[in-house]
Every structure is written in C-alpha cells, then in structure tokens.
Design a protein around this ligand. Structure first.
Ligand code: GTP
Length: 384
C-alpha cells in the first residue's frame, strides 16, 4: 500500500509513463521502425485509458468504464500488431479486433457490475497478452533476445497481475467494490501497471535498437552490390589470419580473382549488365567456398578468398574449381546469357608469409598478373 498516493494519482502516473514512453520511441532510427507506429499509438490509447480511469465519477460511466477499457484492450491489440510487424508479418486484424469488440460489448452489458468486470478484464486481456507472447517467440525466438526478455518480463508481469486481480476480486476474496477504493490490491495493481508500461516499451525499443545496430554492423562489413564481405572486412580477416598462421606455424593461402575483360562486358552490356555479372560471379564463389574460408569483394571486378590452414595443393585445387565453375556457368542477362571467365592468382606460405598481410596480397597480385599475362581464364601460383 502506498498511503501517501491516492488511486487517481497512481492512475495518472501510469498515464504519464505511457505518454512519455510514446515520446521515447522517437529514439528509434527511421529505417528500423517496423511496428513502432502501432506501438506509439498503443501507448497513446493506454495513457488515455488511464486518464479516463482517473476521472472515474467525474465523467459519464460510458467514458470511464466502457470507452476506457475498450481503449485498454485496443492498446493491447495494437501491441500485438506491432510485434507482428516487427517480425515483418502483416498485422493480424481479426485477432486484434475480436477481443476489443467482445470486451466492449461485455462492459456495456455489465456497466454497473464492477467485480464482474474486473474478472472479465482479467480473462480477455490475459488472452491478448498470451497472443502477444506467442507472436514474440513463435515460430522462432527473435534475434534480439535482450529486448525480447525485457518485453516478456513486462507482459508476463501484466498477465500475473490481471489474472490474480481478476480472480481475487471476482470471487470476492478481496473486497474491492469500485475502482477508486484505496486498498493494498489496488496499490499493487496500479504500481505494477506503471512498471509494465516502462518495462515492455523499453524492451521493444531495445529490440529495435539491437536490430538497427546489427544492420549497421552488416552494412559496415559487406559490399552492397554482391552481399559479400567488403574490402574493410577482408583486410581485417586477412590481418587476423596471417597473425594466427604466424603464431601457430600453420599454413595460410590467399586467392586473388579478377573477371576477364570486364571492361568489354561493361561496354557491351552497360553498367547494369556489368553489375549483374559481378553478382553472378560472387554467387558462384560464395556457394563453392567452405564455411571456414572467407570470401569477399576486394574492389571493382576483383575478389579475394582467404584460406586459413590451407597449403599450396589445397589452394590450387580450390582455385581451379572456382575458375572452372565460373567458366561453366553463363550469366543470365536480359539479352541472353553470356559466358564469363576469371583469372586467379594464388599465394600460399607457411608461418612467415614474409611477415605481413600486405606481403601476402602483393604475392597473390603478382600471381594474378602472371595469369592475365599468360592468356587469362587460368590459375597461377607464387610461393609466399
Ligand atoms: N559494372 C561495374 N563495373 C565496375 C565496377 N567496379 C569497377 N568496374 C569496371 O571494371 C572495369 C575493369 O576494367 P579493367 O581494369 O581494364 O580490366 P578488364 O577489362 O577486366 O581486363 P582484364 O582484367 O585485363 O581482363 C572498369 O571498366 C571499371 O569501370 C562495378 O561495381 N560495376
């Protein structure tokens, strides 16, 4: 019991928390706003509901009882829609609208029966909350688990609160006759409602933030055209790979691949045709390079494959497989498929690798130059 706070003040605290959290949603980046609009609207409805609760006795019953609870159920429905949208699924309108319609009808019928209404509210809202939890964790747990657990804590607390309050009041175990009656149960209920708004909203904001951070990390490490690792990520992996090979006295190999006569492809099929060829070659490489290896776009029409723990023989074998795979798979273009070939420079070496990643790149580059000079569509080797 919070003796210093009357019920109206506690209700208004939850309203203020709802409006404040709606404002806090503005912190979510514009490109990661799936579900944020519905969540903000839900908080506005939620806050309005608690203002109407606080006005119980001062505004008509249909406003403080029927409309307020319809808004509360409506806010839960919007949160369900927001979670579905966050997962990239359409808002499930009938699962959103049905509980609101049922609750509004029941509240209109039982407008004079407080204890019955508390019981019905417990049942309908708890079902809505369980639908939200289902949407959050099914069919697979979300990638943003920190926020998802915080949201789950908020929603779970609300289920606990609503079911126990509904049961205690409807069965007469705790004598609460009207909303504004100060009692321990009322105090716990309203303080918990305040906490739930903050917990659940922070959980959702954290989910959006984690997803946004992951998207930015992906952008920073990947080439936008081909989806492969970009030069920055390649260099980072190369530095690490060489350092590891030196430390463990392991072998390490590098392949530098370059599309042959790419300028002519651009000239004949346009820049978009050239881009399509780049994507096609990237896909051929990506599907044939093993998970423990690392493939990326080094720049322009050049690609790089880093092979940790691989020596001369293994590297030459993979290079030949890749060369053959590109030569065998024509690239589909609007005017008809065209054949493409690549030249590959291979460099492998044990520990030293002349000491550094740039030395390994230079060695592979020399091998690539030799492959081009020797007629293209071939693999050349240099010892690191
Ligand atoms: N479409 C497209 N073209 C690019 C991109 N990046 C670089 N290029 C083009 O790739 C071409 C590379 O040409 P060159 O370096 O002369 O090489 P090449 O024609 O493949 O000749 P060889 O390598 O000797 O077989 C240039 O015309 C660049 O403009 C890109 O992202 N998209």
């Amino acid at each position: 019991m919070l003796p210093a706070l009357d019920v109206a003040t506690m209700l208004l605290m939850t309203a203020v928390a709802s409006f404040a959290m709606a404002g806090a949603l503005a912190a979510v980046r514009p490109e990661q706003r799936e579900g944020i609009g519905l969540w903000a609207l839900a908080l506005v409805l939620h806050g309005t509901c608690y203002v109407l609760y606080a006005l119980r006795g001062q505004v008509p019953a249909w406003a403080s009882v029927v409309l307020a609870n319809a808004l509360l159920s409506g806010s839960f429905a919007l949160i369900l829609g927001a979670i579905e949208q966050f997962h990239g699924r359409p808002a499930p309108w009938w699962r959103m609208v049905l509980p609101v319609a049922v609750l509004t009808l029941l509240f209109a019928l039982y407008i004079d029966r407080f204890t019955t209404r508390v019981g019905m509210l417990g049942v309908v809202l708890s079902l809505q909350l369980l639908l939200m939890l289902w949407a959050l964790w099914r069919p697979a747990p979300p990638a943003q688990v920190r926020g998802a657990w915080l949201l789950t804590a908020g929603l779970g607390l609300q289920v606990l609160l609503l079911t126990s309050r509904g049961w205690l009041v409807a069965t007469g175990r705790v004598g609460v006759e009207q909303l504004m009656q100060a009692s321990a149960l009322q105090a716990v209920s309203f303080v918990a409602a305040f906490v739930v708004v903050i917990l659940a909203s922070l959980g959702f904001i954290l989910m959006a933030k984690d997803r946004s951070d992951a998207a930015h990390r992906h952008l920073a490490a990947h080439d936008a055209l081909t989806g492969l690792a970009n030069r920055r990520a390649l260099m980072l992996m190369l530095e690490r790979g060489v350092a590891h090979a030196t430390r463990t006295q392991q072998e390490c190999a590098l392949l530098l691949l370059d599309i042959d006569h790419f300028k002519a492809i651009n000239d004949t099929h346009g820049h978009l045709g050239g881009d399509q060829v780049l994507r096609h070659v990237a896909e051929v490489l990506r599907t044939r390079v093993h998970a423990q290896d690392f493939v990326g776009r080094y720049g322009g029409e050049e690609f790089m494959v880093l092979l940790p723990g691989t020596g001369r023989e293994g590297a030459l074998q993979l290079a030949e497989t890749l060369r053959q795979a590109v030569a065998d798979s024509a690239c589909p273009l609007p005017g008809g498929a065209i054949a493409t070939t690549i030249s590959i420079g291979v460099c492998a070496g044990a520990a030293g690798l002349r000491g550094s990643a740039p030395a390994l790149v230079q060695c592979a580059d020399q091998a690539l130059y030799a492959a081009k000079a020797a007629g293209r569509n071939r693999v050349e080797y240099r010892q690191g």
